[in-house]
Write a protein that binds this ligand. Structure first.
Ligand SMILES: NC(=O)c1ccc[n+]([C@@H]2O[C@H](COP(=O)([O-])OP(=O)(O)OC[C@H]3O[C@@H](n4cnc5c(N)ncnc54)[C@H](OP(=O)(O)O)[C@@H]3O)[C@@H](O)[C@H]2O)c1
Length: 244
């Protein structure tokens, strides 16, 4: 496999969709930064698995909602692999659900800070080396609820819809410089985030099943690849037909 000129950073990669994305990018030859907030052991497990299968990875602690985190993550990853970060996947996300009349300011702020503002700060930081290299891929993990209402998720939907607007705007700003910015909007994916959600909701999914983290990761892997060089500002739904 040809050696990559850059490294890839995946936020929130200690489990679920982020871990699957980290593994998929590593299989494509990217040295990967596996960011996590609290689960050092699980992030270490993802790194071990990548290394066992011949890839390169490093676990990087950091709460993406902290404004100082982007610089720390980029500096650590760049110095570990001695190359610029040329792929950024903004995957870290939380939900704090409640119906709008009951939604507290803390629930609103926590979700906007982690799911939207952090992605903006990381994107801003990532664009510096990418524009310099005239090469880069940013993939933002949005959600189908940005496109189709889901009661109880006003904060989460607003953050994920904002992420699509950020994606499209940044995409057109940098398109001339060889950098693409896209969003993936998963539907119901089987992870800890959706554990305990009533399975009768699956009746609304045309595919009649939840998706897997690997099914999301394969789309991210494509958007990060050379083959996707003319795809930018796009939103790829991975939802078993839910939003069709
Ligand atoms: N699962 C779905 O059905 C679904 C559908 C649509 C979109 N999504 C989106 O896909 C992404 C991944 O979801 P998932 O289902 O894999 O979730 P998950 O299983 O809950 O995993 C979330 C990951 O994000 C990390 N994280 C959370 N807050 C963080 C922070 N402030 N800084 C750094 N890392 C942080 C978590 O690490 P710690 O545990 O260490 O905090 C964990 O590794 C999210 O953006 C989510 O909104 C998921």
């Amino acid at each position: 496999m040809t050696e990559r000129a850059g490294a890839a950073l995946v936020t929130g990669a200690s489990r679920g969709i982020g871990a699957a994305i980290a593994r998929a990018l590593a299989r494509d030859g990217w040295p990967v930064g596996v960011n996590y907030r609290s689960e050092a052991e699980r992030a270490g497990g993802v790194v071990d698995e990548i290394e066992r299968t011949g890839g390169q990875a490093v676990a990087l602690a950091g709460d993406v909602a902290d404004p100082s985190t982007p610089d720390q993550l980029f500096e650590a990853l760049e110095s570990r692999f001695d190359r610029p970060v040329l792929v950024l996947v903004n995957n870290a996300g939380i939900n704090r659900d409640d119906l709008t009349p009951s939604l507290r300011d803390e629930q609103w702020d926590a979700v906007i800070d982690t799911d939207l503002t952090a992605a903006f700060r990381l994107t801003r930081r990532a664009l510096r080396p990418m524009l310099r290299a005239r090469s880069g891929r940013i993939v933002n993990i949005s959600s189908v609820v940005a496109l189709r209402a889901n009661p109880g998720q006003a904060n989460y939907a607003a953050a994920k819809a904002g992420l699509i607007a950020l994606t499209k705007t940044a995409a057109v700003e940098v398109a001339r410089r060889g950098v693409t910015v896209n969003a993936v909007a998963p539907g119901w994916i089987d992870t800890e985030m959706t554990a305990g959600v009533a399975s009768d909701l699956l009746a609304a999914v045309p595919a009649r099943r939840a998706g897997t983290p690997e099914e999301v990761a394969s789309c991210v892997r494509f958007l990060a690849s050379d083959e996707a060089s003319y795809v930018t500002g796009a939103v790829l739904t991975v939802d078993g037909g839910l939003s069709a």
